[in-house]
Ligand binder design. Structure first.
Ligand SMILES: [Zn+2]
Length: 72
């Protein structure tokens, strides 16, 4: 089989799962898709296992919040 031909059956299983490793480190800036700060710039416990993490994009300065559910 020639190398120039793609294997259509390989494409689906190589598709990355978006939610796989996105829980640690804040992920990407929703505005510019740049890397966020390594650690959350602030965390606030909202009760009942809900924690809000505040993130700061080092590229454009955008701030956003992720909601983390913690087992208590
Ligand atoms: Zn940004």
């Amino acid at each position: 089989m020639p190398q120039s031909q793609a294997y259509p059956f390989d494409i689906p299983r190589k598709t990355p799962v978006p939610m796989n490793d996105n829980n640690i480190g804040g992920g990407r800036c929703p505005v510019c898709n740049g890397p966020a700060s390594i650690a959350a710039s602030g965390s606030k416990y909202r009760g009942k296992g809900v924690v809000h993490h505040h993130w700061l994009c080092r590229t454009c300065g955008h701030e956003w919040i992720t909601v983390l559910h913690v087992l208590v």
